[in-house]
Design a protein around this ligand. Structure first.
Ligand code: NAP
Ligand code: 3JM
Length: 331
C-alpha cells in the first residue's frame, strides 16, 4: 500500500533483494497511479487502486501511504485476515499495537495478534535505538540529547523533486518555487519537521521521545530532540549525546557497537573516516562514528549516527519484521 511512493518503491526493492518468499505481489496506490507499473524480479506488475476489497486473501500488508490511510484501512486489512506492518505514525503509540525494531525488541512482534497490526517506528527513532540498545544493556542510559539532520526523501517523492528543482533554478537564475516546505530547502536548514505542538516541540521531535521509550521498553530513559530538515537527498544524520548510569569508556563503547547487530562502526578520524549520508544511502546498516567522551558530565558519550532513512528507516525495517512474522508466526 503506497507502492509508488518513496518508501513503497524501496519496499519492493527490499523484498526483491532479500529474496522474500513472495507468492504474489499486489502494488496498491491511489487513482493517480492508474496505468503505472512496478517492476518486481524482472516482471511488470500493474498498480491497483486501493479499495475496501484490496486485502482479501492477503497474508501481509505493508502500508506506507500516510497516517489517514493507515487509520482507515489498517483495521480493514487486519479484519480481512492480513497482518499489517504500518509505516505511518497512526498506530505507533497505541498500547495494544507493537512498535518494533528487530534488532531491539523482536519479541514484541508476538503482540500482532492483539489487533493484526505492527507499527514501524519513525525513521529517526529506528537508527537511534539500534545504537542505543546495546549501550543501554551495558551501562543503562539515563538521558539522550539528540539533534537530527534529516534528508528530504523523508518527506516523500515530491520533496526530492523540490530540492532538485530548486537547485537547478538557483544555478540557472530562475525563480525558485516552493510547494512542499514553507521555506526554500536548497542551501538552507529548517528546524521544522512535521507540525508544531503546543509544547513548542514538533511532532517529529516528540515521536523520538515517546517511540524510544516504547521500543526500548524503559520509560525511565529521558529523551530530548531537535529535528532539522537539511538539503540532503537520502540519509538521516544524528548527533546523539548520552548520559549513562555506569561509566563507559570510548574503547568499551566502540567494542560494544562493533558487535551490535545492524550497526557498523565507521570511526577513524585520522583517515577522515566518519559516517556520512552519501555513504549510508543505498545500504541497510546504521553507521556510527565520532565516538567520544562528553567531558562536561561524569558519564557521557557523544556519537554521530547515520542511516538510509528510506531503507533501515522505513522499508528494510518493515521487511525485516515481515521476515520474522513468516519465520516464527505465520507458518
Ligand atoms: P510519497 O512518496 O508521497 O508516497 C505516498 C504513497 O502513498 C504513494 O504511493 C501514493 O500513491 C500513496 N497514497 C497517497 N494517498 C493515497 C490515497 N488516498 N489512496 C491510495 N494511495 C495513496 O510518501 P513516502 O515518503 O513514500 O511516505 C509514505 C508514508 O510512509 C508517509 O506518509 C509516512 O506515514 C510513512 N513514512 C514512514 C517513514 C518511517 O520513518 N518509517 C518514513 C517515511 C514515510 P500515488 O502515487 O497514487 O499518489
Ligand atoms: C514520515 O500525511 C501523513 O500522515 C504522513 C506524515 C509522515 C509521517 C507520519 O506521521 O506517519 C511523513 C513522513 C512520517 C513518520 O514516519 O512518522
Amino acid at each position: 500500500m503506497g507502492a509508488t511512493g518513496a518508501v513503497g518503491q524501496q519496499m519492493v526493492a527490499c523484498l526483491e533483494e532479500r529474496r522474500f518468499p513472495v507468492a504474489q505481489l499486489f502494488p496498491l496506490a491511489s487513482e493517480r497511479s492508474l496505468g503505472k507499473k512496478v517492476t518486481y524480479l524482472g516482471k511488470e506488475i500493474q498498480v491497483e487502486v486501493l479499495t475496501k476489497d484490496s486485502f482479501k486473501d492477503i497474508d501481509i500488508a505493508l502500508f506506507s501511504a500516510g497516517g489517514s490511510i493507515s487509520k482507515e484501512y489498517g483495521p480493514m486489512a487486519a479484519d480481512a485476515g492480513a497482518v499489517v506492518v504500518d509505516n505511518s505514525s497512526a498506530w505507533r503509540m497505541d498500547p495494544e499495537i507493537p512498535l518494533v525494531v528487530p534488532e531491539v525488541n523482536p519479541q514484541d512482534i508476538a503482540l500482532y495478534t492483539n489487533r493484526g497490526i505492527i507499527a514501524n517506528p519513525n525513521c529517526s527513532t529506528i537508527q537511534m535505538v539500534v545504537v542505543l540498545q546495546p549501550l543501554h544493556a551495558a551501562a543503562r542510559i539515563k538521558r539522550v540529547v539528540v539533534s537530527t539532520y534529516q534528508a528530504v526523501s523523508g518527506t516523500g517523492q515530491k520533496a526530492v523533486e523540490e530540492l532538485s528543482a530548486q537547485v537547478r533554478a538557483l544555478f540557472s537564475c530562475q525563480p525558485v518555487e516552493k510547494k512542499v516546505y514553507p521555506h526554500r530547502i536548497a542551501f538552507n536548514c529548517l528546524p521544522h519537521i512535521d507540525v508544531f505542538l503546543e509544547n513548542g516541540y514538533t511532532k517529529e521531535e516528540m515521536k523520538m521521545v515517546h517511540e524510544t521509550k516504547k521500543i526500548m521498553g524503559d520509560d525511565s530513559i529521558e529523551v530530548t530532540a531537535t529535528t532539522v530538515r537539511v538539503p540532503v537527498f537520502y540519509g538521516h544524520s544524528e548527533s546523539v549525546n548520552l548520559e549513562t548510569e555506569k561509566k563507559l569508556t570510548v574503547a568499551e563503547a566502540k567494542k560494544i557497537l562493533a558487535q551490535a547487530p545492524g550497526v557498523k562502526v565507521v570511526d577513524d578520524p585520522a583517515k577522515n573516516q566518519y559516517p556520512m549520508p552519501l555513504e549510508a544511502a543505498g545500504q541497510d546498516l546504521t553507521l556510527v562514528g565520532r565516538i567520544r567522551e562528553d567531558f562536561s558530565i561524569k558519564n557521557g558519550l557523544n556519537l554521530w549516527v547515520v542511516a538510509d532513512n528510506l531503507r533501515k528507516g522505513a522499508a528494510t525495517n518493515a521487511v525485516q519484521i515481515a521476515e520474522i512474522l513468516i519465520q516464527d508466526y505465520l507458518k
